[in-house]
Design a protein around this ligand. Sequence first.
Ligand SMILES: [Zn+2]
Length: 326
Amino acid sequence: MKAAVFHRPGEPLTIEEVAPPSIGSREMLVKVSHCGICGTDIHASKEGPFMAPPETIFGHEFTGEIIEIGEELTAGEFSLGDRVTSLPFIDDKTIGLGAITGAYSEYVKVGYDLVVKLPPEINNRDGALVEPLAVGLHSVKMAGSVAGKTVLIIGAGPIGLTCAIWCRFFGAAKVVISEMSEARLAMARTFGFHDFVDPTGDVNAQCIALLSEPPAIQFECVGKPGLMQECVARAPKRGLIMGIGVCDHPDTIVPLMAFGKELCIQWAVGYDKEDFEFTIDMMLQGRISATEMITDIVPLGDVPTIFEALKQPSTQCKVLIDLDQS
Ligand SMILES: [Zn+2]
């Protein structure tokens, strides 16, 4: 099968012919239709503690059709031809970040217990957005109740944006977004957000102007050293700070400041199967949508070029690989 393969940092992915995954008796093979390119993939292609091993095939935001079912599963709930997405894990191993071949390829294997069927109303393109939406959903659920509370989202990349979408969904009093990229601000406007602060200016003063109070909940979706302390300094008494952005450098906070305000810092990553199911349910009911996040759809052959471009700041939000046209 054709796949886009990562070899080492600083080098583009290469399109190669590789052996398709062979499935175990409790696994299934999926012919990939669409796969999202994720910031995590870009991150894992760079030098650092998150770097993926050589020969990794990325891709954990995928949809496709079941074309083979392990023998222990044949009487189970799945049939050949079912359209599915899946949480990117089989047992404890991750799909698309090293351990198991991901979906920047024609075929991907999945387990069975984390596989979710797509209803006919949701096409394969939108199905590939279930995963990023589920990340936002899980983050917002981890924040507890956001209803009636003021929220600041720091960073409006795909994950910050999905956090904002779910905060509004769950009844946040007001959602303010801190972002400096014009393209990301335009994207946030597309989703109906209009309260922005400019992170190059005085964020606290801008927050007070928009919210009349410091934000009760802050979602730090950037992961840059220093931002956590800014959140601590900005938070009101008993404020909540959500650590969503991936920061792989040591970072400093002043505990006394957090202590004095009895702050809570909660980290969140990933999702559970019920987050996928709830997202699909809400998409089906037309209550949540992320289609506008898609800024480009490319065939597999274009992946090396677009992946390189995404290593630099760009106007892209979510780029999907369309394997059906590859
Ligand atoms: Zn992702």
